[in-house]
Design a protein. Structure first.
Length: 629
């Protein structure tokens, strides 16, 4: 047991959600308040019927089954003197008729209970599914609104767990727990009231074990809450590990690290197993204790009630009712114990979900953004300073310009509409950061970036990115077909537009040789296509969207010899009539550009055409000579 307690203490850090997750979850019930009220009414009817069934049988025992004579029972029974006299005067046929009527009434009660139970079950299940659907949709929309910095620092597996596992854990809260919680609370209150009305002494005798159950429930609640949070954290860690390592399986196999990664997985799997075992132990101890308490309470009722029956204080029918009620009293408590698992799991999941939903986008939009009628493609960087991470309150100045955090240091340039500009420099010089800033995937710390004279912070991200077509070195293709990967669910792009874009970017050369052509199946990440083929599909996708500004980030780096010429022709087609910005290490691919900007340690060191830079005898010429060599 000491190991068990230590396991709870050595748990993962507590969640950082500071609000009341349960109350926030209840806010999702507002659109379905009528459904909830109807379900509560049906549940109340079910509770009344559950309380009435033992009464029905108990009365039948006293009236029709036992042979009674007038004056045999004291006035302290559940039957009045008139009822006792009437029962004693019944003939055997009348008793049999009464039993049949009671049986028929009991069947009717069961049928009504069945109908009410089915109705409330179907209504609450439908409501639960709709709420979880809404919650999952909101969560996905929120995740897509977050800045790229969030995805730089958050494992994909953690996000997937929030949208899938955690939302599904909440489903039981809406479709099961809420109604059952209401039903059990009403049932416990109803049972106590009915027992007190039947016989106060027997009722007090029945409730002897309630304080013990209350203490056990309190202890269970504290221990279970800690356990469920640890289990959720360990599941997230395992999903994160799997997501990362399945994506990187090629690297694992290349370096023959399968055994080491299996050992690492085994460790995380063992941590989840231990957390699940502690959760099972808590539940496995608590429920039997509650059951034991119900057995003890029943024994007390039978012992105390039998003496009262022998003393003619109560009838056998009343004793039967109390044995049934005491069983029913502990049954909802046992159900509450079972519901604690789901309830605590749902609350733990809700805390994680709402922690994610409360993450604010770093890149925020203005309430009244500027909306230019048309974007022509003039780009201006005005003394731009940028760092992915800065110290709190740190502002960029010449004094701290040497700080390694600054990726761009006082960068200024202008690209006119239709110009073709390339950025070159060593790795880490800030080239790709400039491309990311144009699309406003990050915000700068100082200076301004303008498109057509308008600060991009005054525009909507949607408008900015709709005007930009970006082709990256690592092309991502989605599962589906080629047509879907070019269209990306934009129904305004017709099949004819797709074919034309593929033809103009030379992608049609290989697509139309495939068995299903544009309907050819694309596997995850497009693994069945070569790097060059994926790049050509990416070019066709960009051209189909017809952007004003074209960004090529090492788009011609990873290409095979067979498709190199096609890609070079596709690049020329894409750049025609557009403001084009390129980042390339192969200087031979950018010699035709109107201007080449050389970056070094976050600053612009040289700028000019290919020939002008060679004449300057600077960084560009050294890079050019190294590549020639």
């Amino acid at each position: 047991m000491s190991e068990f307690v230590r396991g709870l203490k050595n748990r993962e850090p507590e969640l950082h959600y500071k609000g009341n997750a349960f109350l926030r979850l209840m806010g999702y019930l507002k659109p379905y308040i009528k459904t909830v009220l109807i379900c509560f009414v049906l549940v109340s009817v079910l509770t009344v019927l559950d309380l009435y069934k033992p009464m029905l049988i108990g009365d039948a025992i006293d009236k029709y089954i036992l042979t009674m004579e007038e004056g045999q029972l004291s006035s302290d029974t559940s039957l009045s003197a008139t009822e006792i006299a009437a029962a004693a005067a019944l003939t055997p046929d009348q008793r049999w008729e009464g039993i049949l009527k009671t049986a028929g009434l009991y069947v009717l009660v069961m049928l009504i209970a069945f109908v009410c139970n089915r109705m409330q079950y179907l209504m609450i299940q439908e409501m639960g599914q709709k709420i979880v659907y809404t919650l999952r949709t909101e969560l996905m929309a929120h995740v897509q609104s977050l800045s790229m910095r969030f995805f730089d620092t958050t494992p994909v597996g953690r996000i997937v767990t929030r949208i899938t596992n955690d939302t599904e854990a909440i489903n039981d809260l809406y479709s099961n727990i809420i109604v059952r919680l209401f039903r059990n609370v009403i049932k416990v209150i109803g049972l106590v009231v009915v027992m007190l009305l039947l016989d106060v002494k027997m009722a007090l005798l029945s409730l002897v074990m309630v304080p013990v159950v209350a203490v056990l429930t309190f202890i269970f609640r504290r221990l279970s809450r800690r356990c469920y949070q640890v289990v959720k954290t360990r599941i997230t860690a395992l999903n994160t590990f799997l997501s990362e390592h399945l994506s990187g399986m090629r690297v694992i196999q290349i370096f023959h690290r399968e055994k080491e990664k299996c050992d690492e997985f085994d460790q995380k799997n063992k941590e989840l197993y231990d957390a699940g075992f502690r959760e099972m132990m808590i539940f496995g101890i608590f429920r039997p204790l509650i059951y034991l308490a119900s057995i003890v309470a029943t024994a007390i009722i039978l012992g105390g009630g039998s003496s009262q029956v022998l003393g003619n204080a109560i009838t056998i029918g009343t004793l039967f009712m109390f044995t049934q009620y005491i069983s029913q009293l502990f049954q909802p408590i046992q159900e509450l114990a079972e519901m604690f698992t789901t309830l605590q799991s749902a609350i733990a999941s809700a805390e994680k979900i709402f922690t994610l939903m409360d993450v604010e986008p770093i890149v925020k939009e203005k309430d009244d953004p500027t909306r230019p009628d048309e974007i022509k493609g003039r780009i201006e960087f005005d003394h731009v300073w940028f760092a992915y991470e800065t110290k709190d309150g740190e502002t960029p100045t010449e004094a701290n310009a040497g700080n390694e955090n600054w990726v761009l240091r006082d960068v200024s340039f202008v690209i006119e509409p239709g110009q073709k500009v390339a950025f070159v420099g060593a790795t880490g010089a800030g080239k790709s950061s400039i491309l990311n800033l144009i699309g406003r995937y990050y915000d700068i710390q100082r200076g301004a970036i303008r498109i057509d004279g308008v600060d991009i912070r005054d525009m909507t991200r949607e408008q900015i990115r709709a005007a930009i077509g970006q082709v990256q070195q690592d092309v991502f293709l989605f599962t589906g077909d080629i047509k879907q990967n070019i269209r990306l669910r934009d129904d305004s792009i017709t099949d004819e537009t797709i074919r034309e874009a593929a033809h103009n970017t030379n992608a049609s050369h290989f697509i139309e040789r495939l068995p299903n052509q544009y309907d050819e199946r694309v596997t995850e990440r497009g693994s069945t296509f070569s790097a060059g083929q994926r790049q050509l599909i990416s070019f066709a996708r960009t051209l189909a969207y017809d952007p004003t500004i074209l960004i090529l980030d090492e788009a011609t780096a990873n290409i095979d010899t067979e498709t190199e010429q096609w890609i070079q022709e596709a690049v020329k087609t894409l750049m025609e009539g557009r403001t084009s910005i390129m980042v390339a290490h192969r200087l031979s691919t950018i010699q035709h550009c109107d201007r080449i900007i050389v970056m070094h340690h976050g600053k612009i060191r040289e700028s000019g055409t290919h020939q002008e830079l060679l004449e300057q005898d600077g960084i560009y010429k050294k890079l050019y000579q190294l590549q020639l060599a």
